[in-house]
Write a protein that binds this ligand. Structure first.
Ligand code: NAD
Length: 485
């Protein structure tokens, strides 16, 4: 019997599901059981061509609509997503293995927020008037044209919407390629946009591995590429886009610091550390995986952290009581287990967890290492799993320098009751998305993105508009045009 997660077809192009079984088969594995629940096929050159052609045609028509008309479609899509939240959340859980307890409140809902927010902004995207005496300049905010979105596997619905919503609000079209690991959810976003009144071809979804992404990025018809992925992929995609002089947004990896000062509310700081390391089983790019704890409170912090971590409920992700799911794939589980062994062999002190959970599926125990030093591999590389590194510090100046001593710069957090210190420290941290007495909040109203190797450009907020549009300036001379000869 066909599993309910099996989509009607692999791709969604020009307003409808399209299949081409001559592409490489991509099995979709449910991470909680290891069972194959669906199969899609990688896009062939013919499928890529159909997607680009239809997106290019649809964009021309879409850009002629008023912002109010475009926004109405996005806001209607947001309503449909909210109406179907339960079914979309179940699909997100099948796609990723994340617990339903999370997906019900974080995935289709945040996708809907993006559609609603950018739908609301669409009508107010205007240029400006610049008076120059008698003459004047006016500017027009124009769409870029055909945009490509390429997704990672941790938030398949959210990523499809975070890229699609601002792109469409600005009058662009999109071809979105989800991660080959989680190909299911973006198809639903495409389907819902059509139901909401988007023209056929405006938002297409095609499947495939890196080669399909590469073919999209190098196509001369593509004007912009927005990638969510790892730093090595980001470097390749950025370089390929640069050779075609395309616009880019790069949302990449991190190894973000969270600093807990001696005056912090310890329970609140532990909540931040748990949210910033164990939510989605640690598969979150902005996670605060280097938790710097002031040496005066370190042991108290660790003891209470271990107590609270022991209450994590691992199990069937469809059980709403479960709050900790498996790694997305067996491969990702093995990568994380490899890092845990590395941490042990490097001499970090294991506080809790430290291995695979004794159950079916790709579960890794929530793991905390203490006495981690800056040079350890587990403190330097992005693990992308439930492995928290706790490091000690003594002075503010020292911890800022150590927090910044990384190629990454996605996020950073500070826990302290001293607000002067909080702002002083945040002001010196090299990170794009920061938190004071909190961690990993990502409302659509706030810009999201990294500095240094963690990325280029910003998603969400009014900032995203700048990255999906361009400005034309028009000089208007009221008198005669003069020349030297
Ligand atoms: P990945 O880099 O392996 O893949 C990302 C996407 O890029 C996939 O769709 C993949 O098929 C595609 N791709 C791979 N090679 C390509 C190429 N040469 N040209 C075009 N496309 C190509 O990343 P992943 O393993 O899916 O996701 C995990 C990574 O994503 C982590 O590093 C994580 O930190 C990062 N991430 C970042 C954010 C953010 O917003 N900053 C959010 C989620 C995940």
């Amino acid at each position: 019997m066909t599993h309910p997660a099996q989509p009607k077809a692999s791709h969604f192009i020009n307003g409808t599901y399209v299949e081409d079984t001559s592409g490489t088969p991509i099995p979709v594995i449910y991470a909680a059981t290891g069972e194959e629940i669906a199969t899609v096929y990688a896009a062939t050159p013919a499928i890529i061509e159909q997607a680009l052609t239809s997106a290019q045609a649809a964009q021309k028509e879409w850009a002629k609509k008023t912002g109010t008309e475009r926004g109405r479609v996005l806001r209607r899509a947001a309503e449909i997503m909210r109406e179907r939240n339960h079914e979309l959340s179940v699909l997100e859980t099948y796609d990723t293995g994340k617990p339903l307890q999370e997906t019900l409140v974080a995935d289709a809902t945040s996708g809907a927020d993006a559609l609603e927010y950018f739908g609301g902004l669409a009508a107010s995207l205007t240029g400006e008037h610049i008076p120059l005496g008698e003459d004047w300049v006016y500017t027009i905010r124009e769409p870029l044209g055909l945009c490509v979105g390429i997704g990672a596997w941790n938030y398949p619905t959210q990523i499809a919407c975070w890229k699609g919503a601002p792109a469409l609000a600005c009058g662009n079209s999109m071809v979105f390629k989800p991660s080959e690991t989680t190909p299911l959810c973006a198809l639903k976003v495409a389907e819902i946009l059509i139901e909401a009144g988007a023209p056929a071809g405006l938002y297409n979804v095609i499947q495939g591995m890196g080669e399909v992404g590469g073919a999209l990025v190098t196509d001369p018809r593509v004007d912009k590429v927005s990638l969510t992925g790892s730093v090595p992929t980001g470097k390749k995609v950025y370089a390929a886009a640069a050779s075609g002089m395309k616009h880019v947004t790069m949302e990449l990896g991190g190894k973000s610091p969270m600093i807990v000062f001696e005056d912090a509310d310890i329970e609140s700081a532990i909540s931040g550390a748990i949210n910033g390391n164990f939510y989605s089983s640690g598969q979150v790019c902005s996670n605060g995986t280097r938790v710097f704890v002031h040496k005066d409170i370190k042991e108290k912090f660790l003891a209470r952290l271990a107590e609270r971590t022991a209450t994590a409920k691992l199990g069937d992700p469809m059980d709403e009581e479960v709050n900790f799911g498996p790694m997305v794939t067996e491969n990702q589980m093995n990568i994380v287990l490899g890092y845990i062994e590395k941490g042990k062999s490097e001499g970090a002190r294991l506080i809790c967890g430290g291995g695979r959970a004794d159950m079916d599926g790709y579960y890794v125990q929530p793991t905390v290492f203490a006495d981690v030093t800056d040079d350890m591999v587990i403190a330097r590389e992005e693990i992308f799993g439930p492995v928290m590194c706790v490091l000690d510090f003594d002075s503010e100046e020292d911890v800022i320098a150590r927090a910044n001593d990384t190629e990454f710069g996605l996020s950073a957090g500070v826990f302290t009751k001293d607000f002067t210190r909080a702002h002083r420290v945040i002001g010196q941290l090299e990170a794009g998305s920061c938190f004071i007495n909190s961690y990993n909040d990502a409302p659509v109203e706030a810009p999201f993105g990294g500095v240094k190797a963690s990325g280029v450009g910003r998603e969400n907020s009014k900032e995203a508009i700048k990255h999906f549009s361009q400005v034309k300036s028009v000089y208007v001379r009221m008198g005669d045009c003069e020349a030297a000869f």
